[in-house]
Design a protein around this ligand. Structure first.
Ligand SMILES: CC(C)(COP(=O)(O)OP(=O)(O)OC[C@H]1O[C@@H](n2cnc3c(N)ncnc32)[C@H](O)[C@@H]1OP(=O)(O)O)[C@@H](O)C(=O)NCCC(=O)NCCS
Length: 408
């Protein structure tokens, strides 16, 4: 009996291949892996339901690993924007990294991530961020932890003093879908104002809009939007669960809190999210609240981010410093650079001159994002720095708390 022809001229196996999938192809490749990895399963799903999700993935870069005819792994990058030290960068939000249960621990995700990040860098993305299932996994890829937004829980009664406060401005209330464009416009304004703030593409936010499960409150002063928050109520006597409390100033925030005070006797608690450096104890007197962040993997991780191109950081708002650095052990950043502040903006030269710091990608990214002091870099084993390098890097990249949005 004739043997079946080998599927590869070399070893009888089809060689492992990494490629991008677009459109309908996601239905039979990335979607099944991702729903197994992230949803309850098995769940009967019709093709129609899967198809309905396709538009929300439009524009994402989805890549798969094919190994001997099996879709062994999949991962996506969502093209976003992120403010890093005053400069809006193209940022790749990595999501839905999943390997087939029978193909795990063979290096598929590692190879796939390298490919995906390389491709996003090629397309002009200077940074990347994600929510890790475990941060040590992504630390190997040069990512560093960022601060996690805090959750604030309080009774609407505690905001009652605001009911009588004389606040300039007014509040409007509508289904999220109706105010979607205004909300996106407000997010775009915040993107240009806040370090760390990230804006997903419209089709990504559209999933929440189309779900029809959110209200939107808008605070305006002299016609300008000064605050917005989306929320849902889980039932009478239950919780009003808000998303991010977004306000440009204390008036915007107070107008939104006063709106929540109008839910006294309707809900028992208001729960909302604020950036890590927000201090609810300063909002108003007698506010009894729980301000918390839970760190756990995989369900409640802090975000992570990394730089994908040192040259792409030109123009960042930095402090007065100058230094020659070498970035090592990284396929995207490896090299020697001279970094200097000129008129408060970062200038990057690839001709390094004298060097006084050797950094890993995570160490360098931690400094750029403002989450690591040079001494943290040393203590975490993310670089080797001379005393002068500590001084220069601290001056160039002062600590700053990134206000990460969108939260998970
Ligand atoms: C997490 C997951 C994607 C890893 O995929 P994988 O193809 O098995 O990973 P790889 O074989 O490429 O592993 C790469 C490295 O990470 C390590 N690693 C793999 N799984 C790990 C885990 N759960 N915890 C810590 N390290 C892990 C591997 O040992 C390997 O280390 P090495 O580079 O020193 O050899 C896969 O287990 C999975 O699909 N899990 C469920 C979904 C999920 O959690 N996805 C991540 C979302 S952020």
């Amino acid at each position: 009996m004739a043997a079946e022809p080998p599927r590869s001229a070399t070893d009888g196996r089809v060689p492992v291949k990494i490629r991008e999938v677009i459109g309908d192809e996601r239905l039979s490749t990335s979607f099944p892996l991702q729903s197994y990895a992230f949803g309850p399963s098995p769940t009967p799903t019709t093709e129609e339901q899967l198809r309905a999700a396709l538009p929300y993935h439009e524009g994402n870069c989805t890549m798969i690993v094919e190994d001997d005819g099996l879709v062994a792994a999949a991962a996506s990058a969502i093209p976003m924007w992120q403010n890093v030290r005053g400069q809006v960068l193209d940022m790749a939000g990595v999501a839905w990294v999943a390997t087939h249960p029978l193909a795990r621990r063979r290096g598929h995700s590692r190879d796939l991530l390298h490919h995906l990040l390389g491709e996003m860098r090629r397309r002009g993305h200077t940074a990347t961020a994600l929510y890790p299932f475990r941060s040590s996994f992504y630390a190997r890829f040069g990512y560093v932890n960022l601060p996690k937004p805090r959750t604030v829980t309080f009774r609407p009664e505690d905001c009652a003093p605001l009911l009588k406060a004389d606040l300039p401005g007014e509040v409007t209330w509508q289904p999220y879908a109706e105010g979607f464009d205004d909300y996106r416009g407000f997010l775009r304004r915040l993107l240009h104002r806040r370090h760390g703030f990230a804006l997903p593409p419209e089709q990504q936010s559209a999933a929440a809009r189309d779900a029809g499960t959110r209200w939107l409150v808008t605070a305006r002063r002299d016609g300008d939007v000064v605050g917005m928050v989306t929320y849902r109520i889980d039932g009478q006597g239950g919780q009003l669960r808000a998303d991010d409390l977004l306000a440009t100033d204390a008036f915007g925030r107070a107008l939104l809190l006063r709106f929540f005070a109008h839910h006294i006797d309707q809900v028992s608690e208001v729960v909302l999210t604020v950036p890590a450096d927000e201090l609810p104890e300063l909002w108003l007197d007698d506010l009894t609240a729980r301000v918390e962040t839970v760190l756990s993997f995989p369900s409640a991780p802090p975000p992570m981010a990394r730089v994908l191109s040192v040259e792409g950081l030109r123009g960042l708002e930095v402090g007065a410093g100058r230094i020659g650095i070498e970035v090592v052990d990284d396929p995207f950043l490896v090299g020697r650079y001279h970094l200097e502040a000129v008129d408060g903006r970062l200038v990057v030269e690839t001709d390094p001159g004298q060097m006084s710091a050797v950094l890993t990608a995570a160490g360098f990214s931690g400094l750029v994002y403002g989450v690591l002091d040079p001494v943290d870099v040393l203590a975490r084993g993310l670089g080797t720095l001379s005393d002068d390098a500590v001084t220069q890097l601290r001056a160039l990249f002062p600590r700053a708390v990134p206000c990460v949005f969108p939260p998970r």
